[in-house]
Design a protein. Sequence first.
Length: 58
Amino acid sequence: MLGLVEQAEGLGVDVVLLPSSAHLDAQTLNRLMVFADVECACPRESFARWSVLGGVHR
C-alpha cells in the first residue's frame, strides 16, 4: 500500500485537498510541496509548492 505522497506523485497531481492540516505532519507536508500545492478546508490554509528556480524537477 502506497502512502499519500507516493500516490499523489505517481498520479502527477497538481493539488492535494485535505479536510485539515492536522492530517499531515511537517515532513509529509514538505515532501508533498516538492511537486504539488496543498489546500486545507478547516482551518482554510494554502501551502504552495516549492519553487524550482534554476533546478530540475525529477
